[in-house]
Design a protein around this ligand. Structure first.
Ligand SMILES: [Zn+2]
Ligand SMILES: [Zn+2]
Length: 297
């Protein structure tokens, strides 16, 4: 496991300024959430208080300050530019944003040259650290749609199963085998939306493999709010299994519009309810994600 973690290390040369933007806008966004089972939030003396209409309350000192799962217009079906996404991250008080457009197997996604050119992005924009990533596509054998010539230019690689993107598996065993094979690739550090009911993998096997390989399983906020209908029960079950087996967890927005960048409250609430510890969340802050990705500040 340690070898896996080390292998993806990169050197990061520029220290971004500390985040100074107050999180009032995020609190306002959270308060505007109308669904009964999604918590509202208010700033308490000790931090953020999450509560829902069942009378459940939970104190947490902070929301995650990292969102590594954001798409731009380069994905072909998302609607924000890098600049717009980063501005939103700054407005929400994030320390780190990752740009993670789809790998080339998704129709309309960028070609391989795009990923080699992500190095043109500034390391700090609007006071937010910008990481260069991808949401690659897992194929039947666990391989992905980018090779080392592109991956070496990236700070991190996420991968997931997507329809219409070359994946040919059909059964739960196929999905499980493909995802676990992808986890054995030391380049792949996060599996995106593993609770997707369209590809119903065996969740306990995923959680065990994630813990064994040190690969993070993503709790995807969009799966709970606007994407992949029917995800919620499987995502809750997966969160409980991550807590049980100590698997690393990444919380991501999967934003396809700038306004969704940094919207992580539904997934955070689910994680805390499942018993996942704050320290288990690799996207909790800049230091944690740099440590997880072996990026040297
Ligand atoms: Zn995806
Ligand atoms: Zn995505």
């Amino acid at each position: 496991m340690t070898g896996h973690l080390r292998k993806s290390g990169r050197v990061f040369s520029e220290s971004p300024p500390g985040w100074s933007f107050p999180r009032k806008k995020l609190e306002k966004d959270l308060k505007s959430v109308k669904r009964a089972d999604i918590p509202t939030a208010s700033k308490g003396q000790q931090g953020l208080t999450l509560h829902n209409e069942k009378g459940l309350t939970k104190e947490t000192s902070m929301l995650p300050k990292v969102d590594l799962h954001t798409h731009t217009i380069a994905s072909g079906h998302a609607f924000g530019t890098v600049n717009e996404n980063v501005m939103e991250a700054a407005a929400k008080g994030l320390e780190v944003i990752g740009i993670s457009d789809h790998g080339p197997a998704v129709p309309g996604a960028p070609n391989i040259v795009y990923f080699r050119c992500l190095g043109f992005l500034p390391r700090t924009l609007h006071g937010v650290t910008v990481l260069r990533g991808v949401e690659a596509n897992i194929f039947h054998d666990g391989s992905i749609d980018l090779d080392e010539r592109q991956l070496e230019h990236l700070d991190y690689v996420m991968a997931g199963l997507h329809g219409e993107a070359g994946y040919t598996g059909a059964t739960a065993d196929d999905h499980t085998r493909a995802i676990i094979a992808a986890m054995s690739n030391p380049r792949i550090r996060i599996i995106t939306h593993p609770g997707n009911p369209r590809f119903p993998a065996h969740l306990e096997e995923l959680a065990r493999a994630a813990a064994d390989t040190g690969t993070a399983l993503e709790l995807n906020n969009s799966s709970l709010t606007c994407a992949r209908p029917g995800s919620s029960p499987r995502c809750h079950e997966l969160a409980r299994l991550c807590a049980r087996f100590g698997a690393p967890v990444a919380i991501g927005s999967d934003a396809h519009i700038p306004q969704a960048v940094g919207v992580l409250d539904a997934a955070l609430e689910m994680a805390l309810e499942a018993g996942i510890s704050w320290e288990q969340i690799v996207t909790r802050d800049r230091d944690a994600i740099f440590d997880f990705l072996k990026i040297t500040p």
